[in-house]
Design a protein around this ligand. Structure first.
Ligand SMILES: C[S@@+](CC[C@H](N)C(=O)[O-])C[C@H]1O[C@@H](n2cnc3c(N)ncnc32)[C@H](O)[C@@H]1O
Length: 206
């Protein structure tokens, strides 16, 4: 998934606020591929379905894939336009997903509730990012899994320069979730199967 481009920033203070995302998802068609993220498929295919929370669920590519495997999924996003598109896609294929509109700088999930908490490309500025990642770790039920994936822009100067405050590394995630009682299994920068992009991947369990 590409990062939002600077040319699309229309809001002076927080360029990626709700208005930005509503405008972006208000455009016709899909913003992303509609498919699940490859890291989610790699890391979650073997998990036993239970309750899943998809953070920043967008148009629902990940949430719908999980629901198709039998997960009871809650998708959370700041954009009602995104959630409406996701809901429409779910209805088209006959899948039930709970869609909730929340600003993740103001809302946190119930502790120890979800068997899978997954966040793909949820790039907030600190301290909101660390607060969110800690809350996501806390939301993992006993036996459950936390999966956090982000853009690794190391070496991509055009992204690093103007969006450095939104970027994070493995160590930032580990510091945020430290003390929440999770065991870390994966903490790495991983090359995508195609192209030159790399992802920050952290998977941990309670
Ligand atoms: C880069 S997109 C990733 C979408 C999806 N996870 C995927 O991988 O296809 C980031 C998503 O986070 C949502 N988002 C951004 N800021 C948010 C916030 N403060 N609270 C909730 N969702 C937010 C956006 O609306 C957008 O859908």
């Amino acid at each position: 998934m590409p990062l939002p481009q600077a040319g699309r920033m229309t809001h002076a203070h927080d360029p990626f606020d709700r208005a930005y995302w509503e405008e972006r998802y208000g455009a016709p068609g899909l913003t992303w591929t509609g498919k699940p993220n490859a890291v989610l498929v790699d890391e979650a295919t073997s998990l036993k379905p239970g309750r899943a929370l998809d953070i920043g669920s967008g148009e629902g590519g990940d949430a719908l894939w999980l629901a198709g495997l039998g997960w009871a999924v809650t998708g959370v996003d700041i954009s009602q336009n995104a959630l409406d598109k996701a809901r429409g896609r779910a209805e088209e294929v006959g899948l039930a997903v709970t869609w909730e509109q929340h600003d993740l700088t103001e809302w946190t999930p119930e502790p120890q509730t979800f068997d899978l908490v997954t966040a793909h490309f949820m790039h907030l500025a600190d301290p909101a990012r660390s607060v969110l990642f800690r809350a996501l770790a806390a939301a993992v039920a006993p036996g459950g899994t936390l999966l956090i994936v982000g853009h690794d822009v190391t070496g991509h100067d055009e992204h690093r320069d103007h969006m450095a405050h939104l970027m994070f590394g493995v160590d930032d995630v580990l510091a945020a979730i430290d003390g929440e009682g999770l065991r870390v299994h994966v903490a790495e920068s991983r090359a995508r199967r195609e192209g030159e992009l790399r992802d920050i991947v952290v998977r941990a369990t309670r």
